[in-house]
Design a protein. Sequence first.
Length: 251
Amino acid sequence: MSTPHSFAPAVPIHTYQRIVEQIEHAIVSGEIPVGAQLASERELMVQFDVSRPTVREALRVLQSMGLIESKPGTRGGPQVLAPSPDTLRRSLRAMLGTAALDLAELVQYRVVLEGSASALAALQHSDAQREEMRAAVEGMQAAAEANAEEFADLDLAFHTLVWNASGNRIFALSGEAVSGVLRGLMHRDAEGIHHDNRVKLESAAIDRGLFDAIARRDAVEAGTIARRAVANRFGPLLEPGQQEALALLAG
């Protein structure tokens, strides 16, 4: 008696995809370490028993994934790269552009990320990190008062210091990626529809409060300030139902 089960049609796999899978596995597993060079195109042609165009297509895909980098003029093959927020940022931007990822989901993640990273930063920051954050906040305040264009860059720099002070490298990596995707919104939010500096001053004041909580090692307060700041900044861009869910996460 046959089993009542439906199978999906078999999809042919291009040869270059098999090469990508093997090299990707070798890199991710650590078999090929960061900084090492792959074999030359000619050597890869022999190892995989394929043509040069097939090898080049595989290398192009691996480079688009941020796993390798080809440098003209160097001997040998492409170099294996360390994980980068740029790769994750490109993926998130593509997912937003193709509706594979909703803006509300990204903002919700940012709320959780900022709250957790800020709480950890309050507990774990070093004296040197505290002074770096202090300088960044003071720079933000000066830029806000001057209505300077670099305010958004200084804002991002402060939050990067917070992510690093959390001691969690995943927070730092994903924080840079998510912020990169939302960067356009950050600029627009900072500029607003007016040409004055009201929004900048409000943002600088919030981050000053966040810094103060981190500096006195108040993890609960730091987490709360960070979550609510993200929710208040990006909440108006979401639908009413999405705003309700965001408010729940912000606490």
